[in-house]
Design a protein around this ligand. Sequence first.
Ligand code: FAD
Ligand code: SIN
Length: 531
Amino acid sequence: MGDHSIQHFDYLILGSGAAGLLAAKRLADHGRVAIVNKGDFSESNTYQAQGGIAGATNVADSIESHIADTIHAGAGLCHEDVVNQIISSGSRIIQELIDLGTPFDTEATGTLHLTREGGHSQRRVAHSKDATGRAIGETLLQHVQQHPNITCLRRHTAVDLITSRRLGRHSGKNSCLGAYLLDPDGSIITISAAHTVVATGGTGKVYMYTSNPHAATGDGVAMAWRAGCTVMNLELMQFHPTCLYHASSPTILLTEALRGEGAHLVDSQGRRFAFDYDKRGELAPRDIVARAIDHEMKKHGQDCMFLDVRPLGEETIINYFPNIHERLMAIGLDMREQPIPVVPAAHYMCGGVKADVAGRTSVEELYVIGEAACTGLHGANRLASNSLLECLVMAEFCADAIIKTNTKPQDTTLPVWDDSGTVPETERVQIKQNWDEIRATMSNYVGIVRSNERLRRARRRLNLIREEIASYYWQYPISRDLIELRNLSLVADLIVRSAQMRHESRGLHYSTNYPETAATAEDTLLTPDQL
Ligand code: FAD
Ligand code: SIN
């Protein structure tokens, strides 16, 4: 058994992407904060964000127009009160980021250079070249690292939340008391905290092909579910239309801003096909463009379609998309000269843990913010570049809500982790096999186009995989791989169950058995007590 210790903080924040960093910064003036990530700071969806952050900053634009585009993309499922609150904060949040030092691109006049993405009727996406997330993340990180009240716990993986119910101290309400973390030496630390904020990001790794980095294994959704939270609309996985298709390179996202600036989608004969599917062509919302590519690939029996960036010209490519250009050149692809092979890949989880705009969940003192949460902003299909905005608005609202509550003292009597009886792991092959099986099952049966039979098959396979994982999870000392695998299998199962509950096609969920959109739009809700 390892050396398992206990530490106390006022606020525990799991995840150091945009949501977690801003919440930490804001809470640190009011108490001691621990902010945790399972790798380096760069291992987050935030650091990968390319296109930018949407907000009506231009005089020709308006909050009303941004709201209308968000609701239109959301295919009838957006919660309008949430849309109003978040979207109306857009220009304020962008100004705050500027004040903190974020290097957004500007015009010669000094005003923001705004790019355009699918579903937006205006140029309204503020960006820092094609690496906006890194610019925002690094800016926030500098402030967080300088704050004396913040302890950064890098390479610590949250294993589970500690709740009063889990400890059998259930006196009417279930509240969160902290979390268990796996530290880099393999010991489990108990963190007790008056308030816990889950900001663990998305779950793209549940699919074989994804734009997400390795950390996106849905840990927060799985932990919150085990703690008793309701999850919402998990079947609504957004596939980004244009990720690089290449045999030997990791996935590289080709930002939608490339299409916003004039890049074309073409088939292997160079024919533009996007207008066959929607009058907005390449700039239709993502669900439509991703399905169009998927349909063309299946129709022609081809492995990919192509993004022709040449219409932008060399100057725009080099000035605004230098990182993508450099990464493609490193594998011998020159966007200035040739169309780039692309496929849709899992990109963004529109569903998540049901939360309000301040991240409040059904468990007391437990908040979920950012991509791990589902507020209803995105409805059935997220409008591009609305997610960084949601992360930051939620982080502020969450910190403000926490500060306003009477903070109770941390619970100093939490039990330390007990791993007596575990034996050294000898069969790593089991973990690898189960990882691969989950991702293949999800990609083949729960992708862009679904059917009742595919979902049934996926459910059967996932049941078996989850049984196998359950049989060895408590046998071995815990590792990051094992924690992620267990979470991935749970989230995959919840996605399939949610998909089976939606008897219609809407936004990102398309079923061949239910091709029509139902007259009334309803969220898919699952609570642990139901199962
Ligand atoms: P993340 O930034 O993903 O951070 C999650 C954090 O949680 C990480 O620090 C991770 O280490 C930590 N973590 C996870 N599990 C654990 C655990 N068990 N224990 C401890 N720590 C844990 N959105 C836009 O608005 N505009 C864009 O241009 C844009 N481009 C994108 C491009 C790409 C390639 C991708 C993948 C996404 C893009 N998005 C974009 C989406 C957006 O980046 C994300 O939705 C957003 O950054 C999520 O932020 P977050 O803070 O919720 O989570
Ligand atoms: C992109 O740059 O295409 C991604 C934008 C987003 O996911 O919001």
